[in-house]
Design a protein around this ligand. Structure first.
Ligand code: G4P
Length: 532
């Protein structure tokens, strides 16, 4: 096995799954791990997650609500390739976290419920992928249930996402009449058996579509219908073109049933064959733009997520570092670009699906967890020289602002620390108005406040109240320093600072922000902030 950083990076496939809640992301994740040999039986992901949660008892809310709030990563070695599956939280209130996770992915699998097609959250996540030029592989799930006409589903992909769908397989029926699918390239038919995914025998072997064995699986009408459809889709659609896929114009389409472990092996093979290996990353070095290639010798990466208190016995945080170049080895010293601080990474964690293990070495595309005491922040760039800075991760303008107070006024100082901790993790956004002593917290969804209250209570023993905020919208101010300062001085009552001490305008409405922005053309009012 070759071990040069370039060769190792070339066999990495780092991807995320995007979907609307309930389309089957969790089930597919589990079955991809099964297909990749990382787990032995379906049901293990949930069981393991459950065990982990009872063990560490963190994020009670996650358990109570039965939703996955925190993103994690799972790594498995299969077929000569190293797959890194980034798990994104499905609930819409956590979209900001999902957006950040997508900055660490090189490809995405878009799961559609065959009966529902493209749903609102699918569309939102797709737009982020497009913004970041992440190629998309489509998996049409739940074919074992009554589905929409596959032609209509493809039309929807094409009209709603402006993406050319290129089916690699074509299904024979759906629901109770689901018989399997035809591999449009090899003309092999893959029969579907109505058995559970845990069944040892699985699904029957593929047979030639034009051979005699097909009669076991399709009656003459079904066969001729499938033949007609396959011909139609081949003639009407554009053939799959890898280049077009990598450029974000085309999506290969797979069909299947995650629950019944059908079509999942084909999807995994497709990810292996078509999803790109890590690409060179844009960065700056000493003020000049540069590209960092996965095969470069210098080890580098960026933090896309920080998670605190995975184990309540330790006040540790885990920073998730997506490596962009070099060969990382355990014990190595890495420097943060913004602070210049060096740290020895003695206990990095690799998140193998089976268990956590200490990472001995890792390459571009891999994600390692670095335990630390709060020095690493989302958006930090780490490298051996400390000179590289990757184009930052965006912070999104929060959609809901609240004033936060602690019931016991003696604990006000404590509250500041706790909120700063949560803000560093990206759980909330924190703004400190220039006038007054209240804190304003921002979130993209209501549920985020519940998570915040829960964590402030459990981890910091703080009983807090969220109250209506006098502000409705936040915008980061960007421009020449003198212009920004001039603006700040004239609008002190509506000015605040974020956790990095950057000036933020807190408006009462978007109308007010537009009104003010028109009068100060030299200052830009940004909805996102790139952190570096
Ligand atoms: P999510 O992570 O995208 O939210 O979806 P999840 O995998 O949890 O799946 C949502 C529901 O859809 C689950 O049913 C799951 O069993 C079902 N499902 C997923 N894939 C398939 C499929 O290919 N075929 C069929 N028929 N169902 C599928 P549930 O009843 O909500 O949960 P559970 O009690 O089965 O766990």
């Amino acid at each position: 096995m070759s071990t040069s950083p370039a060769a190792e990076a070339a066999r990495r496939r780092t991807f995320a799954i995007i979907s609307h809640p309930d389309a089957g992301k969790t089930t597919l994740t589990e079955n991809l791990l099964l297909a990749g040999g990382a787990i032995r039986a379906a049901g293990a992901v949930r069981a393991r997650g459950q065990a982990r949660r009872t063990q560490s008892d963190w994020m009670k809310i996650e358990r109570e609500r039965g939703i996955s709030v925190s993103a994690s990563v799972m790594t498995f070695d299969h077929d000569g390739l190293m797959f890194n599956l980034l798990d994104t939280p499905g609930h819409e209130d956590f979209s900001e976290d999902t957006y950040r996770t997508l900055t660490a992915a090189d490809a995405a699998v878009m799961v559609l419920d065959a009966a529902k097609g493209i749903e609102p959250q699918t569309l939102k996540l797709f737009e982020v992928c497009r913004l970041r030029d992440i190629p998309i592989i489509t998996f049409i799930n739940k074919m074992d249930r009554e589905a929409q006409d596959p032609f209509e589903l493809l039309d929807e992909v094409s009209s709603k996402l402006a993406l050319d769908p290129a089916p690699l397989y074509w299904p024979a029926g759906s629901g109770g009449r689901f018989k399997g699918m035809l591999d449009l390239r090899s003309q092999q038919f893959l029969p579907y058996a109505k058995k559970s995914s845990t069944d040892e025998e699985g699904h029957p072997d593929a047979v030639a579509f034009n051979g005699n064995a097909i009669v076991q699986y399709l009656d003459p009408d079904e066969r001729s219908e499938l033949e007609d459809n396959a011909m139609l889709v081949t003639e009407a659609g554009k053939p799959f073109d890898v280049q077009s896929f990598l450029e974000g114009h085309m999506t290969p389409v797979f069909f299947g049933s995650a629950l019944r472990h059908f079509g999942v092996d084909q999807l995994l093979a497709g990810i292996g064959a078509y999803a790109p290996a890590p690409k060179p990353a844009k960065a700056s070095k000493a003020g000049a733009e540069t590209h960092v290639a996965p095969g470069d010798n210098e080890v580098s990466g960026f933090v896309f997520k920080v998670q605190a208190n995975m184990d309540p016995n330790h006040r540790d945080r885990i920073a998730f570092l997506r490596l962009t170049s070099g060969r990382f080895t355990r014990g190595m010293k890495l420097k943060a670009q913004n602070t210049g601080k060096a740290m020895s990474v003695n206990a990095p964690i690799m998140f193998f699906a089976s268990d956590r293990e200490l990472a001995e070495d890792a390459f571009a595309g891999d994600v390692i967890g670095i335990p630390n005491h709060g020095v690493l922040r989302v958006g930090d760039s780490l490298s051996e020289t400390g000179a590289l800075r990757f184009a930052g991760l965006p912070n999104f303008a929060p959609e809901i602002l609240r004033r936060v107070r602690v019931k016991d006024p003696l604990k006000a100082k404590h509250l500041k620390k706790a909120l700063e901790g949560l803000a560093e993790e990206g759980v909330t956004q924190l703004f400190r108005p220039m006038i007054g002593s209240d804190f304003i917290v921002g979130a993209v969804g209501q549920l985020q406040f519940e998570v915040m209250a829960d964590r402030l209570g459990n981890e910091y023993q703080l009983d807090v109240i969220f109250e209506a905020s006098p502000y409705a919208e936040a915008r980061w101010l960007v421009g020449e320093r003198a212009d920004v300062e001039d603006f700040e001085n004239k609008h002190k009552s509506a000015m605040g600072r974020d956790i990095d001490d950057q000036p933020v305008f807190l408006g009462k409405s978007s109308w007010e922000i537009n009104y003010v922005a028109e009068r100060y053309p030299k200052v830009r009012f940004e909805r996102t902030k790139e952190r570096g």
